[in-house]
Every structure is written in structure tokens, then in C-alpha cells.
Design a protein around this ligand. Structure first.
Ligand SMILES: [Zn+2]
Length: 282
């Protein structure tokens, strides 16, 4: 979810995580496993098999979208998914940031090899798991980048496409406000920002990143964005922009994106939120 990404040396932290891998919450009583997932949650929610099937289905959809790949290798280690029924149990697992989020994900790398995948999500009273698609996107994208950390803006923008429409609308509003009020961050800063220096940067960062992602989605499919991101990480943005989108450099991208964002009317903005349609209930 929306939080600070801590710098990593030997391992990569995505979103919030301050929980040790393998830590088992006291309230957990049910478990369902497959070749790629181990789902744990307290009794009283959806059936274990249903949640597991939901995870497998989401992963298939996300890999198809971001990698254009049909083949799904088993995850080793498996992705641990910890479902929490109470906010208190969730905060217990992820730390104070859990007071403001519904999910977090953690990937630990050791010399480019994934040694741990973990998601913590808070279940809504009606059984929905609204944060699971967002957090699973982080896990799938990390795999696409093969041991390198995806750029923060791309990682969050990709995950936001899997958020509820209401949530995406709020990010769209934040982007519009930042542009109108002159508080938008320069794109060169968005593309390289890995850690916030002030909480005031967050609404513009998330809003602009989501908007930039939707702009790029109009120039090709999502797998192209992944390839662009990988090339940008290895060779820089100017070269990657030129290769994948025929855009000469970041300044030109900023000019084109601003033209898109300023001229997007409300109706078009709402339609553009439907890049990825997902169910939030197992
Ligand atoms: Zn996130």
C-alpha cells in the first residue's frame, strides 16, 4: 500500500514490512497451500480453498498482463499470504503503518535470489480482500525484474491499477489538484524518487505515477511498460523511452504526459481507470 519504501542492501522491501519472514500470527488457525502459495487466516472467513484459488487466479491474470507469459513456474519459496480479521492483528504483524493501510508485501532477496515472499492483508467484514490484488502485483513485478528493485513509481503505479475504482479516483483527483495548484513534482523527480523526503510529496507522487502509467498504457500493452521499466533500470530513461515509445527523452515525455493529463476530462479519466478489472472477493 502507500508507504515508505526502505532502502535495501541485501534485500528488497516493498511497501511496509517490518515483520520477520515466517512469523506466524497467534490468531491463525487455517492454512491452505499450493506449489506457489501458503495462505493462512483465522477461522470465520471464506474457505481456505477459495482464498487459495483466488490467489492463483489473480497471479495468472497479473503475469499475463505484466509479462505476457502463459507459463507459471512454481514459486520457490512459496508466497506466504497472511489474512487478518482484525486491525489489531494486522498492526501486530506489520507495525504502526498498519493503522493506515489494508495490506503490505515483503520480498527478501539474497544476491539476486528471492528468499522470501510474504503478503499481509486485512479482511473486510464482508469477506473482501481489497488490498490483495495490489500487493500481489508487487510480488509479480519483482519477479519480472529478476532480482532488481523495480522503480518505485512504476511499482506503485502498476499496483494501483489493481486497486478499487474509488481508490484510483482519489489518486486521479490528487494528480489533477497537483497540476492545477502547481504542486506537481517534475517527472524527472518522480521517475527517480525511491524515498520520500516529506509526506507532502505523497499525494502528488502517487497521483502522477498512476496518471503516467495510464498514459503509457495508451501507447502499448502493460508488458511493454515492464520491458520499458527493465531497460530504464539498466540503461537509463532516455534510452528506454526512445527504444520503446519513440520519445526522445524525459523532458519530451513530460510534455506529452502533461498534455494528456491536462486535457483528460472527467468521463475519460473514469474510463481510463478500467485498465485491469479485478474482483476483490475470494
Ligand atoms: Zn504498494
Amino acid at each position: 500500500m502507500e508507504s515508505f519504501v526502505k532502502p535495501a542492501v541485501a534485500f528488497l522491501l516493498l511497501c511496509v514490512p517490518s515483520v520477520g519472514a515466517g512469523q506466524v500470527n497467534k490468531e491463525v488457525e487455517l492454512i491452505a497451500t499450493s506449489d506457489s502459495f501458503s495462505v493462512r487466516f483465522p477461522p470465520g472467513g471464506p474457505s481456505p480453498q477459495k482464498v487459495l484459488a483466488y490467489c492463483e487466479s489473480l497471479r495468472r491474470q497479473l503475469v499475463e498482463l505484466w509479462q505476457n507469459a502463459g507459463e507459471l513456474p512454481s514459486w520457490n519459496p512459496v508466497c506466504e499470504v497472511q489474512v487478518h480479521r482484525s486491525r489489531a492483528a494486522y498492526i501486530d504483524a506489520v507495525g504502526p503503518i498498519g493503522a493506515h493501510t489494508l495490506g503490505s508485501s515483503l520480498i527478501q532477496l539474497d544476491r539476486g535470489r528471492t528468499v522470501s515472499r510474504r503478503i499481509d492483508v486485512l479482511m473486510e467484514p464482508n469477506g473482501d480482500l481489497p488490498a490483495l490484488p495490489h500487493e500481489l502485483t508487487h510480488i509479480v513485478l519483482a519477479e519480472c525484474f529478476g532480482g532488481n528493485q523495480p522503480p518505485h513509481w512504476l511499482d506503485e503505479a502498476a499496483a494501483m491499477l489493481a486497486d478499487t475504482k474509488q481508490k484510483q479516483s482519489l489518486h486521479e483527483r490528487d494528480c489533477r489538484q497537483a497540476l492545477q495548484q502547481g504542486t506537481a513534482l517534475p517527472l524527472s523527480q518522480i521517475l527517480r524518487l525511491e524515498q520520500f523526503t516529506s509526506p507532502d510529496q505523497m499525494p502528488a507522487f502517487y497521483g502522477q505515477s498512476a496518471s503516467l502509467m495510464r498514459y503509457l498504457c495508451q501507447q502499448g500493452d502493460l508488458a511493454k511498460v515492464t520491458r520499458f521499466g527493465i531497460d530504464a533500470t539498466e540503461h537509463g530513461y532516455d534510452q528506454a523511452l526512445s527504444k520503446h515509445y519513440g520519445i526522445s527523452n524525459v523532458e519530451e515525455l513530460e510534455r506529452r504526459w502533461k498534455h494528456y493529463a491536462f486535457n483528460l476530462d472527467r468521463g475519460e479519466a473514469d474510463k481510463s481507470l478500467s485498465v485491469f478489472t479485478v474482483s476483490f472477493r475470494p
